[in-house]
Write a protein that binds this ligand. Structure first.
Ligand code: TZP
Ligand code: MG
Length: 225
């Protein structure tokens, strides 16, 4: 969402959307190194996600990531923590169904920040479409496949479930859908065919010895048709 007269934020391209996991990256310094490498490989957006970090740890890690991402022109959003997103001057936030409601999150973030919402069902996508215009920029849809990166993840919906939700979202006028959950480079052409505008990943990048090559493989797979 953009408002005339306010400074433009970094453009949000969700094609290869890296979500960070501090444990899989080997600690906060590993997160920074992974993000730097992934961006060099072709990651187009980054979400800072660490449900276990203290508020101060999360803000410090976010500031370190912004120092890497701003010069690269890659946006950073913060999972769940609107307060931390605002405190560090991130590009926006991503909320789940149990987090702060999107209308309140939008009010706090202002009109030009990026705001994403997780959905797992066509019903949740329809509810997202019914929010006031300008509330949401993106839906995170999944988990498409079984994931071990999120505690208490919902059941996997598969590529067919993703296709059903992207279709419902489009029909209802909801924001575009990025796929998430257990995704590997080989999945990306099918996700694209199912209507997703990108793939969000943790372990396909954070769990690998060469995150730059992993991100490059995802970027290449996203372009392939
Ligand atoms: N939300 C739904 S699945 C998931 C999140 C945060 C984890 C994705 O991680 P991975 O390793 O790509 O399955
Ligand atoms: Mg959350």
């Amino acid at each position: 969402v953009r408002t005339v007269g306010q400074a433009a934020r970094t453009a949000f391209d969700p094609a290869v959307y890296l979500v960070t996991d501090t444990t899989q990256c080997g600690g906060p310094a590993g997160v920074v190194a992974t993000v730097r490498a992934a961006v060099a490989g072709g990651a187009t957006a980054v979400q800072l996600r660490d449900p276990d970090a203290s508020t101060r740890e999360l803000a410090e890690l976010g500031a370190a990531l912004l120092a890497v991402l701003r010069p690269a022109g890659v946006p950073l959003v913060v999972n769940d923590r609107i307060d931390v997103a605002l405190a560090i001057g991130a590009d926006g936030a991503h909320v789940g169904q149990g987090d702060l409601d999107p209308v309140t999150a939008r009010r706090l973030l202002g009109p030009e920040a990026h705001l994403g919402l997780s959905v797992s069902t066509t019903r949740e996508a329809a509810a997202a479409a019914a929010l006031p215009p300008g509330t949401l920029d993106l839906l995170g849809v999944g988990p498409v496949r079984t994931t071990t990166s999120k505690a208490n993840a919902r059941p996997a919906i598969g590529v067919d479930g993703l296709a059903a939700i992207t279709a419902a979202a489009r029909a209802a006028g909801a924001p575009p859908c990025v796929a998430i959950g257990g995704l590997r480079a080989g999945d990306l052409p099918a996700l694209r065919a199912a209507g997703a505008v990108g793939a969000a990943v943790i372990s396909a990048v954070c769990g690998t010895p060469d995150p730059r090559a992993a991100a490059a493989a995802l970027a290449a797979a996203w372009q392939a048709r």
